[in-house]
Design a protein around this ligand. Structure first.
Ligand code: UD1
Ligand code: CA
Length: 451
């Protein structure tokens, strides 16, 4: 398969008016990745060596996004939206360079897997000239129906052009098609626009190929992976299916999820085997959790690495740039941002640790705050190994605490603390013996005199 060259064209010029959004439809996200990004990822995994994307004239942000995700991808602009076949032909220049396989996919169908794309390519390799990826669904409304006769795919009928009988068909077009490179351009150019919408329909390639005596095949995908997104409701339902897929993959790879349906993943979340995740945890983009770590309930992680044996939460928030070493503890109501914790370091309760490094086996007491921001710039706090920061301490950055330092509870630390030193940054305690009792008597007398 890898020996075959493969051009893929992703159609993404549609405005997606039913989304009621200023954002191009395919830039809406599933699992934190724009829809088109999912398609790009699947294509790369399926070995497509050339990828072209067709965008609208008013979508520079989409072009930038595509280039960011796949720098070698080409972008073509469809200047008028005259239908899916017209869109595919916007990439004519790429079609003129020979390829063994030509795939046309929709940017609004994000869950297609690389395995299914490979099945389409396999059918081409087996000799088909045109392959359509279809799926069975109980709710076919809105999809093109696949008209099959004696096992052959005869035509695809769009909903608007379908007869009452054809509308009863539940075998539908996913929009993903494979062409043999020899015929792709000539089939696409032969498509006309005689239909209810007056659009150039990609789906008409099927009838034309049949008329030419070419081999047309349909392969079956699942409804989940072939669902297209036209509305916000479909976006949410697709997200739901994506999350279910991520949870299953995590569990199959050895991760324990106590309440899978309450754990939310990003497309790039990496949880190693023997990680345990308690209920109600959200993994934002860029999280990696090493084997043996435990993420306790109601935690929110983003851009964070968690070392083996670490325990995070319950109710912890890890923000981008967090690196927790092995056997660390970040407990309830602790927020960590752009900070590293050496192995065995702990911040168990109610703290903010930002732009900081915490040496191994150090303990950050409850209520410790690193004051990293002066309203203009961010500054770092460095805490050496084996240090102890007493509860309710304020570390005003930039500040360094050496190894083995001890900060007295309630301190405000503005100056560096040398190795093995004790720092007290609080006002001295004053005790007046018997004064509380005398004060109470005085206050009571004042109250009694008024009544
Ligand atoms: C299309 C298919 C339908 C299929 C369904 C699957 C056609 C004619 N219909 O219908 O058979 O069941 O997808 O989801 O192909 N686009 C452009 N330029 C255009 C028109 C569309 O780039 O001029 C892009 C859109 O951005 C989108 C994709 O093509 O990514 C599909 O277009 P859309 O309008 O969503 O087609 P559907 O009505 O869903
Ligand atoms: Ca669609």
């Amino acid at each position: 398969m890898t020996a075959r060259s493969c051009l893929s064209i992703i159609l993404a010029a549609g405005l997606g008016t039913r989304m009621k959004s200023d954002l191009p439809k395919v830039m809406h996200e599933i699992g934190g990745l724009p829809l088109v990004g999912h398609v790009l990822k699947a294509l790369q995994n399926a070995g497509s060596d050339r990828i072209s994307t067709v965008t609208g004239p008013d979508m520079p942000a989409l072009e930038n996004l595509v280039h960011e995700l796949v720098p070698t991808a080409r972008c073509y602009v469809q200047s008028e939206r005259l239908g899916t076949a017209h869109a595919a032909l916007a990439a004519k220049a790429s079609l003129e360079i020979p390829a063994d396989d030509v795939l046309v996919l929709f940017g609004d169908t994000p869950l297609v897997t690389s395995r299914t794309i490979s099945t389409v390519r396999q059918a081409l390799q087996n000799g088909a000239d045109l392959v359509v990826l279809g799926f069975e669904t109980k709710s076919p409304t809105g999809y093109g129906r696949l008209l099959a006769k004696e096992g052959r795919l005869v035509a695809i009928r769009e909903e608007k052009d379908a007869s009452e009988a054809e509308r009863q068909i539940t075998f539908c077009n996913s929009g993903i098609m494979g062409f043999s490179g020899k015929h792709a351009l000539s089939l696409l150019t032969a498509i006309g626009n005689e239909n209810a919408n007056g659009e150039f329909y990609l789906t008409d390639a099927v009838e034309i190929a049949n008329k030419r005596g070419l081999t047309v095949a349909a392969v079956r995908g699942t409804e989940v992976e072939t669902q297209g997104i036209n509305t916000r409701v479909q976006l949410a339902s697709c997200e739901n299916d994506f999350q279910r897929r991520m949870r299953l993959e995590a569990m199959e790879s050895g991760v324990s999820l106590q309440a899978p349906h309450t754990v939310f993943f990003s497309h790039d979340t990496v949880l190693e085997p023997d990680v345990t995740v308690e209920p109600n945890v959200v993994f934002g983009l860029g999280v990696r959790v090493t084997t043996g770590a435990k993420i306790r309930a109601f935690s929110h992680l983003e851009g964070a690495q968690v070392g083996s044996g670490a325990v995070v939460g319950p109710y912890a928030r890890l923000r981008p740039g967090t690196v927790l070493g092995a056997d660390t503890r970040v407990g309830n109501f602790v927020e960590v941002k752009n900070a590293t914790f050496g192995s065995g370091a702990k911040a168990n309760h109610l703290s903010y640790v930002g732009d900081a490094s915490v040496g191994s086996k150090s303990n950050i007491g409850a209520g410790t705050i690193t004051c990293n921001y002066d309203g203009y710039l961010k500054h770092r706090t460095e805490i050496g190994a084996g240090s102890f920061v007493g509860s309710n301490s304020t570390l005003v950055a930039p500040v360094k605490l050496g190894n083995g330092t001890f900060v007295a509870a309630g301190s405000v630390i503005t100056d560096d603390v040398q190795r093995d030193s004790l720092a007290l940054g609080r006002s001295k305690q004053v005790v007046k013996e018997g004064k509380a009792k005398r004060l109470r008597e005085k206050l009571k007398a004042a109250k009694d005199s008024k009544s």
